[in-house]
Design a protein around this ligand. Structure first.
Ligand SMILES: Cc1cc2nc3c(=O)[nH]c(=O)nc-3n(C[C@H](O)[C@H](O)[C@H](O)COP(=O)(O)OP(=O)(O)OC[C@H]3O[C@@H](n4cnc5c(N)ncnc54)[C@H](O)[C@@H]3O)c2cc1C
Length: 479
């Protein structure tokens, strides 16, 4: 293989270490290194690739229940302390394990601080003394025991609802953590993250969650690594092999070959990042469940907002773009609110009971039936009257679509802002415009590190535009 190096000094090598940290195998300068280390890849950080937050984090709990599943996967929504929470159940046929992953409020799993403190209050014990350490250890053990009890209790409660199982039937069923070595369901923060790049040097490329953790809420994680990114990877190899063949046959110069390979690698990076972002887009409503028909209402932004100063390549302000999205949402909601029963009735006064009201939906209606009289209800023209009960269901669905649409468009805007280098992380924009969750949803259980709020919108001059900006994200420089 000719392998025209893009930069002789910019290749990565691999050293494989055993558990004791001793290197037992080395690959110096291999042609291809595929980094598939999951969401917290240490080697991505080592080669200088950052992962940025695209959504707020939600406290969740994951575990396994030793029950036979039927192979179903389902999403269940529940309302608690004024906000909507979601749980996912994942069953594998002929397996005696069911996975349940769920949103959880900290107050359900956090031991009472009065009874389970984590600080030694006894003034007679000197900090650092053996007695002090022994007391602290005792407090920690008690705290962990109680946390384990509460976590298991809450996990069973939510799982019984999500799996439609009588809570008593779960009493003696074994539950454990999501990984074999974990005794209890685990608590973790789930957010969406994306890498600023998916290639490094001449030979390293990233796949799967290392590019970006999609969200289990839409089940896109496995498809991403196993199909989309794998196919992009094959494409890259085919493209590079073609360029190398052309160089070998003297069709192109080494300089052109290097340029084309670099382009092929950058295209790979852009494509895998966009693949992952497309799943993020699908999952975004589940990350902001309080923005819903009965939850927080998005507000328009004032001219004083720092966003008002941000301008995109077309010279349009992001403030106007965002406010347009809010206007669209409000007009949609208004339409749905005012949707008269007559309107639906007219739409549905057709022999075919399926009507496409909205491009995204098929609305099924039934003729109204009077079960007491044992006959269909007729309107004044003698036609079967439509059962209007379905309208409310349709209206609430349509409202949910409108809010999801708002969130997806807003997410797109945050990605644009990030790609334009106006903000360090897409979540910064969402933080500015999306109302926060109700208090319970923001609390962090004791003993868990809170999610760090990073810095805010970059201070740019009002004249900054796409053309003036230095594109810092390497994957975007070729766009
Ligand atoms: C609770 C939960 C539920 C999910 N549900 C679904 C679902 O229903 N459907 C779906 O499609 N996806 C789901 N996902 C996502 C899915 O699990 C991931 O997207 C997928 O596993 C990513 O695969 P990966 O190979 O990129 O990374 P991982 O599966 O994370 O694998 C990375 C591997 O690399 C190893 N590793 C890391 N660093 C090093 C190193 N330096 N040296 C050697 N090894 C290393 C890790 O130990 C790990 O084994 C879920 C995720 C979570 C957290």
């Amino acid at each position: 293989m000719v392998n025209p190096q893009l930069n002789e000094f910019n290749n990565h090598s691999v050293k494989i270490k055993n558990k004791n940290g001793e290197i037992f195998q080395s690959f110096d300068n291999p042609d291809i290194i595929v980094l598939a280390e999951g969401a917290n890849s240490s080697n991505a950080k080592r080669v200088g690739i950052n992962s940025v937050q695209t959504t707020e984090a939600r406290l969740q709990m994951a575990g396994e229940i030793s029950l036979n599943g039927k192979g179903a996967m389902a999403k269940n929504f529940r309302s608690e302390s004024g906000e909507q929470l979601v749980a996912y159940t994942m069953e594998t046929k002929n397996s005696d394990k069911i996975w349940v992953v769920t949103d959880v409020h900290a107050n359900k799993v956090d031991p009472n601080p009065d009874n389970f403190p984590l600080e030694v209050k006894d003034q007679n014990l000197a900090k650092g003394s053996t007695e002090y350490e022994a007391r602290l250890n005792e407090l920690k053990v008690n705290f962990e025991k109680e946390k384990s009890r509460l976590t298991r209790k809450e996990y069973k409660r939510v799982s019984s609802q999500a799996l439609r199982i009588n809570p008593h039937d779960l009493e003696n069923v074994e539950i454990s953590g999501p990984l074999e070595r974990l005794k209890d369901p685990s608590l973790f923060f789930l957010d969406q993250r994306i890498s600023s790049d998916a290639i490094s040097g001449n030979n390293l490329r990233m796949v799967g969650d290392t590019v970006g953790n999609a969200t289990p809420t839409v089940g896109g994680g496995m498809q991403m690594g196993a199909t989309s990114h794998a196919l992009r990877s094959i494409d890259l190899d085919v493209n590079v092999a073609t360029i190398e063949k052309k160089l070998e046959r003297g069709i192109i110069s080494k300089e052109i070959a290097q340029k084309n390979i670099l382009q092929a690698r950058k295209t790979y990076s852009k494509n895998v990042i966009d693949d992952t972002l497309s799943w993020h887009r699908q999952g975004i409503p589940d990350m902001y469940l309080h923005i819903s028909p009965n939850g927080a209402q998005p507000k328009k932004l004032s001219n004083n907002s720092s966003l008002a100063k941000l301008i995109d390549g077309d010279g349009t302000s992001y403030l106007n773009k965002y406010n347009q999205i809010v206007d669209n949402l409000n007009s949609e909601i208004n339409k749905i609110k005012n949707m008269s029963e007559m309107e639906i009735k007219n739409l549905t006064a057709h022999p075919d009971p399926y009507y496409r009201i909205d491009p995204r939906s098929i609305f099924k209606v039934y003729p109204a039936y009077d079960s007491n009289a044992g006959e269909y209800i007729l309107d004044q023209d003698g036609n079967k009257q439509v059962d209007l009960k379905g309208i409310d269901k349709y209206k609430s669905k349509a409202k949910k679509w409108a809010y999801d649409d708002y969130l997806r468009k807003t997410h797109d805007l945050s990605i644009d802002l990030w790609k334009m280098n106006h903000i360090d992380e897409p979540v910064e924009f969402l933080r500015e415009i999306i109302p926060p969750r109700p208090k319970e949803g923001l609390e962090v259980p004791r003993g868990m590190k809170p999610y760090e709020n990073k810095r805010y919108i970059k201070k740019l001059s009002p004249n900054d535009s796409f053309k003036n900006l230095k594109l810092a994200n390497p994957c975007l420089q070729y766009l």
